[in-house]
Write a protein that binds this ligand. Structure first.
Ligand code: BGC
Ligand code: ZN
Length: 363
């Protein structure tokens, strides 16, 4: 069967002929892949920049793909909650032995001893078939969102961040004087899929959202922003757009750029909250003593968040079906390219201008 991935120590994605899964164990589920999404993490792996990427133990080839959507082909004798023919989203991170991992919160792992399908230590979903365990599969059920369900995996990261945001926000009242959030400004840096999903979640709770990016090839971000009813601005270089320099209550960074984050921190209002999600490898920005005093005096909260738990995947599915109605056309607009596995090798290595979410269609 076809599989896409990377050979240890080499750069660039490859299409290989991998062994098809053998018999389905008692607790296992055989899955046929429908779609996989491509994201920045995948490009970090194919370019060799993501240092923690590694193949499964005993293999020198990592089958990539952590954003998946699959159809159940066959279930083992002991499988209780999943039936043949169902559509599921497989989870990325698989637990180790720490306390967090043992309670299903491997997204908050205490010691880093976990594996991630398609990223580190475990083969992923960019292959025609795979076997998985019932407990790592999230059922899409009678949901009518179709291929949009491939956005469940990236969205679960955002749902977890929003959960963390609400937990730490209890330190001071975030509501406006009428009980809503519409006086609260949220600035989102970066118009990739994650930035857009952050804009959607905050907008759906009534926040005043502004998104910015360095460019907008083909006017896609401007169009999506209009569909969401949020503001969109273009920034120069590694700065913030001139009219978006300060006064925001929440700053969400999806770029990983130290200078964007540094300037975002400087522009946060009193009781401001900073969400760090994006990762990048280069750059630096000075943290001065005066800046530290300002963070303290303003009661600023900075939160870094990664991955999400099974409940965040489930909530993500609920958001997707409600956003389909709430923001007509916006989610559909995010999937900008769809191609067969053999035509997706170049796409795994580089992003094309105007691309938001590229998906591979497996069957
Ligand atoms: C995935 C997360 C994962 C992270 C780091 C992201 O692309 O969505 O589930 O934890 O990469 O490997
Ligand atoms: Zn991803």
């Amino acid at each position: 069967m076809k599989a896409l991935g990377i050979r240890a120590g080499e750069i660039g994605a490859q299409l290989i002929d991998a062994a098809s899964p053998s018999d389905v164990g008692d607790n296992q589920v055989l899955l046929k892949t429908l779609y996989t999404g491509i994201c920045g993490t995948d490009r970090g792996i194919t370019s060799g920049q993501l240092k923690f990427a590694r193949p499964q133990a005993g293999s020198d080839f990592l089958i990539m793909g952590h954003e998946g959507l699959a159809k159940v082909q066959k279930v083992g004798r002991m499988v209780k909650t999943i039936e043949e023919g169902e559509i599921v989203v497989p989870m990325v991170r698989r637990p180790g032995n720490c306390l967090q991992c043992r309670i299903g919160r491997q997204d908050n792992c205490d010691d880093g001893d976990f594996v991630e399908a398609g990223i580190r230590g475990k083969d992923g979903f960019m292959r025609e078939y795979f076997l998985d365990e019932e407990r790592f599969l999230v059922r899409v059920n009678g949901n009518s969102i179709g291929r949009l369900a491939v956005l469940t995996e990236p969205l679960k990261n955002v749902v977890k961040s929003f959960d963390v945001y609400r937990t730490v926000s209890r330190r001071s009242i975030a509501q406006c004087d009428d009980g809503s959030f519409d006086c609260r400004r949220v600035t989102v840096a970066g118009g990739g899929p994650i930035g857009i999903l952050f804009a959607m979640i905050f907008k759906s709770y009534g926040f005043d959202v502004q998104l910015f990016d360095r460019n907008d090839h083909l006017g896609k971000l401007d169009r999506i922003s209009k569909r969401l009813g949020i503001g969109f601005k273009i920034s120069e270089g590694t700065g913030l757009p001139p009219d978006l320099m300060e006064g925001f209550d929440v700053f969400v960074d999806t770029t990983g750029s130290p200078s964007v984050i540094g300037k975002g921190l400087e522009g946060l209002a009193h009781n401001g909250r900073m969400i760090l999600f994006g990762t990048s490898t280069g750059g630096s920005y000075p943290l001065t003593g005066d800046a530290i005093i300002s963070l303290i005096e303003k009661n600023v909260t900075i939160m870094g968040t990664v991955d999400g738990s099974k409940s965040h995947y489930i909530e993500a599915l609920t958001y997707l079906s409600s956003w389909k109605e709430m923001f007509p056309g916006a989610l559909e607009d995010m999937i900008t390219q769809e191609a067969a596995p053999q035509d997706s090798i170049a796409a795994l290595n580089t992003k094309v201008p105007g691309e938001i979410k590229r998906v591979i269609k497996w069957s």
